[in-house]
Design a protein around this ligand. Sequence first.
Ligand SMILES: O=S(=O)(O)c1ccc(O)c(O)c1
Ligand SMILES: [Fe+2]
Length: 341
Amino acid sequence: MTTPPDVVRSAYAQLVVTDLAKARWFWADMLGFHIQYEDESRLCLRGTDELTHHSLVLRKGEIAALDHLAYRVRTSEDVDRAEHYFTALGRPVRRVPAGAGTPGVGDAVRVIDPLGFPVEFFHDIERAERLIQRYDLRRGAEIARLDHFNICTPDIPAAYAHYEALGFGCSETIEGDEHELYAAWMYRKQTVHDVAFTGGAGPRLHHVGVATHESHQVLRTADLFGSVRKEHHIERGPGRHGVSNAFYLYLRDPDGHRVEIYTSDYYTGDPDHEPYRWNVHDDRRRDFWGNAVIESWYKEASPVLDLDGRPVPVAEAVLDESAVQVGADGLGIVEPNKQDG
Ligand SMILES: O=S(=O)(O)c1ccc(O)c(O)c1
Ligand SMILES: [Fe+2]
């Protein structure tokens, strides 16, 4: 049995966008990502708190898709471990030497994981100038850092098993009455998640979660898009999540890629941290105030590419949370006696 790589955190996502100028407006001008590197085909972006080269790469291409997710591993030996681990699983594996892949990233390995996702594992990445207290450079949503990936996959238990084998802990789940798993949030860094699974056709990227420091920055993001008559980019929220307890807003970029502006979740770093389990019939699970989840949030997501840049075919979902009829709006039926509290 091979040893899995020691994953430190979700580190960056590389998205393919069809119009780099429009994407630059959305992600840099409106969300406030700092442009660390730019050429005619690619933007490398980072948040105000991030000390490495980037946490988001936008690459110009024909098909809007996820090029790859990337996890930072603790040592350069963990890149070798990742190569051996996924080779032993019989998965497609490709070594990407420093300079041959994403700008700023050193020696890496890219795989198609058992869930069908393109994933990179790297250790070396260029350090970047400390911008944490450069308030003069902040703008838009003042995005601080990447927080998590959310992926659509048809088999949530399989996703859970794969990431558990990689050493991820579980912070929260959504389960049916018979404990069938509808969704799960899993972590390596000591917050609610580095990766989460949304049931649905997959492999597809559901969203990239980016963190702000304050809920007023989440609210300001919605105001900014409304102010410039671009409110159609707002998909869901602002609101308070049940799962994670975070304050949130979901946006769609010009290509339809979903991003969540996310703040104020909680610490999960103790060795005996216990998962918090939500019942799929609890209509506070997705929005703590009971607001309906718009259908597009359950159904729409970005396709992913294989290691040669071809779209990966999707498999249909096993369970469909949005079909769980717990109320006319697809959310909770409050039993009469419960309405009295
Ligand atoms: O909608 S949920 O409360 O389940 C939720 C919790 C945390 C997230 O990051 C998210 O995208 C969605
Ligand atoms: Fe999220």
